[in-house]
Design a protein. Structure first.
Length: 237
């Protein structure tokens, strides 16, 4: 009887040990979000991962953010320059520098119709809240603020990209993402918004034209902000 008991006990210990090993391996394989990584990912991640090849769908999870079939914006180039003076303009640049701007990463995208071009920026700031001050500076001058400097990409539809018809700037989500995100947007054919001729420009027509460009820039920044949030969570696809 003692022999049988010891045999059964041995089997139970083997099963328990196997279960513990499996549990340990399972935990080892888990990918847990590292929120603190958000503070350094701008320099630790490859730049073509910071700026995905396509953006589209919707900003939420399972919204086709990286689905090429739903792509609204296609990346055509990444700027090699990261100086704050090169990436921002006017009031946005002044506020960023006053609040310790470290770098500005930029990439240029063309929309799926080939009609719109945009430069997206990730502005790196110190921790502790200055990103909201930069956003406020942009909002105070929104009607005339170009914000993000266009990055023209030779040999693409964005080769002559310089006239900004709209812009949008916002802060990244969360205290562990010390970034301001922005975009300037324009027309691939050089069209300048807000100068409609005759009666088309009267009674608010020019304002309506400009607002539509601002709205497109806001949509693009919304997609980019969702991407940055997912990078921090370790889930960019």
């Amino acid at each position: 009887m003692l022999g049988s008991f010891l045999a059964v006990l041995g089997v139970l210990l083997l099963i328990g040990g196997g279960a513990l090993t499996a549990h340990t391996y399972s935990n080892y394989r888990q990918e847990l979000p590292n929120y603190a990584y958000g503070k350094v990912m701008w320099r630790d991640e490859p730049v073509d991962k910071v700026f995905p090849a396509t953006l589209g769908g919707s900003g939420g999870y399972n919204g086709g953010l990286y689905d090429r079939k739903q792509a609204v914006w296609n990346r055509v180039g990444i700027s090699p320059e990261t100086d704050c003076d090169k990436g921002l303009t006017r009031a946005t640049l002044k506020a960023a520098k006053a609040n310790g701007c470290k770098a500005v990463l930029r990439a240029t995208y063309v929309d799926s119709t080939g009609n719109m071009v945009a430069t997206v920026a990730l502005v790196v700031l110190p921790e502790g809240g200055p990103k909201e001050k930069v956003v406020t500076a942009y909002e105070d001058k929104r009607e005339t603020e170009g914000a993000v400097a266009p990055y023209a990409v030779p040999g693409t539809l964005a080769a002559k990209w310089k006239d900004r018809n709209g812009a949008y700037v916002t802060a990244a989500y969360g205290e562990n993402l010390p970034y301001v995100l922005g975009a300037s947007i324009g027309s691939a054919d050089g069209y300048v918004a807000g100068v409609l001729p005759g009666e088309w420009g009267e009674y608010g027509g020019n304002d309506t034209d400009l607002e539509s460009w601002h709205a497109n820039a806001e949509d693009l920044v919304g997609l980019f902000r969702a991407h940055i949030d997912r990078m921090q969570m370790g889930d960019p696809r």
